[in-house]
Each structure stands twice: as C-alpha cells, then as structure tokens.
Design a protein around this ligand. Structure first.
Ligand SMILES: Nc1ncnc2c1ncn2[C@@H]1O[C@H](COP(=O)(O)OP(=O)(O)OP(=O)(O)O)[C@@H](O)[C@H]1O
Ligand SMILES: [Mg+2]
Length: 287
C-alpha cells in the first residue's frame, strides 16, 4: 500500500492572528516495506505531517493519496483507512484510560466491530508482539506498569488493529535506555515481518541503525530525502536543518580534516571501526 503526499500545505488557525504555516509544498511517496525516519528541528512540522498520513489532519491545499486514491475524496472510508494506517502519538501512554491492559488494547478492535473471540485473539497477539506476558499482565491496571511498559500497551492497542503502515511519533522519547532498546527492538521486528514504518525521531544513531530512508524537514519543507548513507554524508545540509549526523560520521569528518584518508561515506560504528583499524595496520606495516 503506497502512501503519498502531493504538494501539501497546512496552515494552523488560518485567518486569525495565530495563523501559522506548518507545512509548505510537501511531496513525498512511501512504498510498501520502507522504514522511513522523519527528522527535523523542534517545530519544523513533523507531527503535523504524520497526522496527515491517516487523515487526522486535512491539507489546507494539496492531496494525500493511498494507493492513488485521495483520502479526503467523497467516497473514501476514512474509518477503515485509520485502521490500515496506525498512528502512535508522541507520549501515547497519556491516552491510556481503561482499567485493564486487555481492555485498553481491545478498544480499537472493538470499535472495528469485530467478534469477541477475534478481539481476544488480537489482544493476546498484540501483547506478545510488544513482549508483554498476557497471562501475567492482561488484567493489570496499565497505570501500575512502568513508563516503558505503558508505552508498549499503547503501541499494542494500535497493533491490535493490524495496520499495514505504522506511523510513530518519537516512540522512544523519554524512556530509560532499557525501555528505549525494548521499543526499538519491537519496531525493528515489525519492520522485518513486513510492516511499513514511518518513525519520527531525534536520535540519529538509532535511525542509522534502523531506517532504510531518511526524510529531513526544515521549517515545514523537505530539505533532503535519501538513504542513511546519502543523508549522513551531508553534514552541511543537516547542520543547516539544525541536526547532527551520527557519531561515526562526525568522527570520520574529524579524521579527514586532519588529513587521514577516511572514506567520505562512513556513518556506522562498524564502518568507522574498520576504517581506523585499516589505517592502523597500514601504519604498522609502513614502519
Ligand atoms: N494547534 C496548533 N495551532 C497553531 N500552531 C500549531 C499548532 N500545533 C502546532 N503548531 C505549530 O506548527 C509548527 C509545527 O508543529 P509540529 O508539532 O508539527 O512540529 P514538530 O516538528 O512535531 O516539533 P517537535 O519536534 O517539537 O515535536 C510549530 O511551529 C508549532 O508551534
Ligand atoms: Mg512533534
């Protein structure tokens, strides 16, 4: 299922003193099985953009197309669409409200009008996907869980609707390293089992590790769109957008500035480690 933004503009509070253009001529096409990371400085429009992907926000002008069909077209079933494109908000655990984990996760499938046994099956499967033990935790009040576990319950609630595309707004923000690793591991698994992922993130090293494509935003526009290798080699564009590159790419740049022959396109820890080892061996052999 492809999803496409075509010349999308979005203006908040149009016609008032608070008018603010959050998206400016944004065009973007995402194909099946991609893992797209959306990055950019605070306030550049990332959350506004992702809320267009499942029709929560309607472009002020321009179009959002799913499989070529305008989602704001007269005949589009937007409720069905929201189930196919699952959106996990920033800090989704604040939206938990039921008295048990099971009920919270069941909320979406119930709204879809599914039979009870199917809802139950989906709740169990979703809990397993996010590594929460159904036997131990289904009946527990979500507010008794840790922050990381609560976030996993919120994600399970979206997964239980079996979306084809999963859009996540800063899914690891505010978690401790262990909670963060757990969430990122789950997202990696979901991508590997075929779900298209669109993830907003500030953590360049996480993105370098996971994403197949990076879209860089700056002041409501797309500043760059490419593979992690293409994007992390452009420290200049990233800096202009108020962003860092990966630690490995930074170190490679520093070594080049000092005259060492380190390749231009290095951005992962393994690559920089190999490059340094190579330089070291050459130096030893030369002596
Ligand atoms: N409801 C609103 N009314 C008016 N302006 C808004 C509203 N929501 C967001 N904005 C403004 O639109 C711009 C884009 O906001 P958005 O939340 O999409 O940014 P973001 O990239 O997600 O930022 P962050 O990294 O802080 O989450 C910001 O300047 C923000 O102040
Ligand atoms: Mg945001």
């Amino acid at each position: 299922m492809s999803i496409e933004l075509k010349h999308v503009n979005y203006v908040y509070s149009q016609g008032t003193a608070f008018q603010h253009t959050a998206l400016q001529d944004v065009s973007l096409k995402i194909q099946d099985h991609e893992f797209v990371a959306l990055v950019g400085h605070t306030g550049c429009g990332k959350s506004t953009l992702v809320q267009h992907l499942n029709g929560l926000l309607k472009p002020t002008s321009g179009q959002v197309l799913i499989n070529g069909e305008d989602i704001h077209g007269e005949h589009t079933n937007r409720k069905a669409l929201r189930q196919r494109v699952g959106l996990v908000f920033q800090y989704p655990e604040y939206q938990l409200f039921e008295e048990s984990v099971e009920k919270d996760i069941a909320f979406g499938p119930k709204n879809m009008g599914l039979p009870e046994d199917e809802i139950h099956r989906r709740v169990i499967a979703a809990m397993e996907m996010v590594h929460l033990d159904p036997a131990r935790l289904a009946a527990v009040n979500p507010f008794e869980l840790s922050g990381g576990q609560m976030r996993r319950v919120a994600i399970a609630g979206i997964l239980a609707m079996q979306p084809e595309i999963l859009v996540m707004d800063e899914p690891a923000a505010g978690l401790d390293p262990q909670g963060r690793d757990a969430i990122l591991g789950i997202i990696r698994d979901l991508h590997q089992t075929g779900t298209t992922i669109i993830m907003v993130s500030h953590a360049m090293d996480d993105i370098a590790d996971l994403a197949t494509r990076i879209v860089v935003m700056n002041h409501g526009q797309i500043a760059m769109d490419g593979t992690p290798r293409e994007v992390f080699c452009r420290a200049d564009v990233m800096r202009e957008a108020g962003l860092e590159i990966t630690e490995a790419a930074r170190l490679a740049g520093t070594l080049r500035e000092r005259g060492l022959p380190v390749p231009e396109d290095i951005y992962t820890q393994e690559e920089i480690r190999d490059a340094i080892l190579r330089l070291w061996k050459e130096k030893v052999h030369a002596q």
